[in-house]
Ligand binder design. Structure first.
Ligand code: NAD
Ligand code: LMR
Length: 342
C-alpha cells in the first residue's frame, strides 16, 4: 500500500499532456538502536514509507553497513548512519519522529523488568539527547520494560523542561497485532477486518485485551476468553522461548513499530482519522500512564478514547483491577530511577 501511494500519479487536467507526481510529504525519522534485531527490519520498513524524506540510523556499533545496505533500495528517503555518542546530536537534528528500540532483549526465564538495570540507563541517556536536540519530536519507546521506560523518558523530559505528554508514546502496537491475529485464527475471521483494543501496559497481566470490544462484534465462550487473554499476555514469552536464548520478538515488532510510525506520520501530515493503542500519560484510570486507544493528530495525542473502558465484562473489570498494582509499581520504579540520580 505504501509503495502504491508513493508512486500514484494524478490524471492531467485539461490540456496537460504528461502525468504529474503528487508532491510527497517529507518527514525525518530517526531510529536509535538501528543495528539491532528490531532496528534493522524496522529501518527497512520505514525506508518503504512515501512519507519519509530522511531516515537517520543510530547505534553504538555496526550501523554503517546497515545504512549502506538499506540505502540501495530505490525509495525516496535519504539514509544516513551515525555511530556513537559523538554523532547522536547530528542524528537527531530536525527529526520529526524518534523511535527507540535500543537496549537488551530477554532470554528464557527473564521478565521484562529484569532488563530494567541495563535499559533504564540507555533510555535515559538517549532521551536526554532527544530533549536537547529535537524536543518537539514524537518519541516512540520500544525498549523494555516499557511500563517503566516511558515514565523514565517523561521524567527526563520534565527535568529538561521540554515534556509534552502528547508526544511521548510507549509502543504497544505489537499487543494489538497479536490480539488481532490470534482472534482471527480462533474465530475464523477475515484478518484484515479484526480489531481488538489492548489496554493497560506491556508486560504479563498488565497487557489486557478487551475481547468484548472486538470489531467486528464476536461472541466468545468463557474458555475462549481465558485462553486468548493468556496467549496474548504471554505472546512475547512464546517468542523468547522459541528463540531459545537468541533474543525476543524482532520481526513482528518491527512490523508493529512501522505501523505505529506510519500512523504518526499520517497524523503529522493532517490525516484526521488516525487511531492506535499506545501507552501514554493518561487520566483514564488513577494511574498516570495507561495504554488505551488514542486519536493521533498533528500535535500528538489528540484524545484518549475512554469509551472502550465502559461496559467491560466482569472478567475484564477484574483483570483491570488486578493489573493496577503491578503497573503502578513499574511506573513508580521508573520515576524513582530518574529522581534519585544526583
Ligand atoms: P538487540 O540486542 O538485537 O538490539 C538492540 C540494539 O540496541 C543493538 O544494536 C545495540 O547495539 C543497541 N544499543 C545498545 N545500547 C545502545 C545505546 N546506548 N544507544 C544506542 N543503541 C544502543 O535487541 P532487540 O531484539 O532489537 O530489542 C531491543 C529492545 O526492544 C529490548 O529491550 C526488547 O525487550 C524490546 N522489545 C520491545 C517490544 C515492545 O513491544 N515494546 C517488542 C520486542 C522487543
Ligand atoms: C514482546 O512482547 O515481544 C516484547 O516485549 C519482548 C519480550 O521480552 O517479550
Amino acid at each position: 500500500i505504501a509503495l502504491k501511494r508513493s508512486y500514484r500519479t494524478k490524471a492531467p487536467k485539461s490540456s496537460q499532456r504528461s502525468y504529474i507526481f503528487q508532491p510527497q510529504a517529507s518527514y525525518k525519522v530517526a531510529i536509535l538502536g538501528a543495528a539491532g534485531g528490531i532496528g534493522q527490519p524496522l529501518a527497512l520498513l520505514i525506508k518503504m514509507s512515501p512519507l519519509v524524506s530522511a531516515l537517520n540510523l543510530y547505534d553504538i556499533a555496526n550501523v554503517k553497513g546497515v545504512a549502506a545496505d538499506i540505502s540501495h533500495c530505490n525509495t525516496p528517503s535519504q539514509v544516513s548512519d551515525f555511530t556513537g555518542e559523538s554523532e547522536l546530536a547530528n542524528c537527531l537534528e530536525d527529526v520529526d519522529v524518534v523511535v527507540i528500540p535500543a537496549g537488551v532483549p530477554r532470554k528464557p526465564g527473564m521478565t521484562r523488568d529484569d532488563l530494567f538495570n541495563i535499559n533504564a540507563n540507555i533510555v535515559k541517556t538517549l532521551v536526554e539527547a532527544v530533549a536537547d536536540n529535537c524536543p518537539d519530536a514524537f518519541i516512540h519507546i520500544i525498549s523494555n520494560p516499557v511500563n517503566s521506560t516511558v515514565p523514565i523518558a517523561a521524567e527526563v523530559l520534565k527535568q529538561k523542561g521540554v515534556y509534552d505528554p502528547k508526544k511521548l508514546f510507549g509502543v504497544t502496537t505489537l499487543d494489538v497485532v497479536r490480539a488481532n491475529t490470534f482472534v482471527a485464527q480462533k474465530k475464523n475471521l477475515k484478518l484484515i477486518d479484526v480489531d481488538v483494543p489492548v489496554v493497560g501496559g506491556h508486560a504479563g497481566i498488565t497487557i489486557l485485551p478487551l475481547l468484548s470490544k472486538t470489531k467486528p462484534s464476536v461472541t466468545f465462550t468463557d474458555e475462549e476468553v481465558e485462553e486468548l487473554t493468556v496467549r496474548i499476555q504471554n505472546a512475547g514469552t512464546e517468542v523468547v522461548e522459541a528463540k531459545a536464548g537468541a533474543g525476543s520478538a524482532t520481526l513482528s515488532m518491527a512490523y508493529a513499530a512501522a505501523r505505529f510510525v506510519e500512523s504518526s506520520l499520517r497524523a503529522l501530515d493532517g490525516d484526521s482519522d488516525v487511531y492506535e493503542c499506545s501507552y501514554v500519560q493518561s487520566d483514564l484510570t488513577e494511574l498516570p500512564f495507561f495504554a488505551s486507544r488514542i486519536k493521533l493528530g498533528r500535535k500528538g495525542v489528540e484524545a484518549v478514547i475512554s469509551s472502550e473502558l465502559h461496559g467491560l465484562t466482569e472478567y475484564e473489570q477484574k483483570a483491570l483491577e488486578a493489573l493496577k498494582p503491578e503497573l503502578k509499581a513499574s511506573i513508580e520504579k521508573g520515576v524513582a530511577f530518574v529522581q534519585k540520580q544526583p
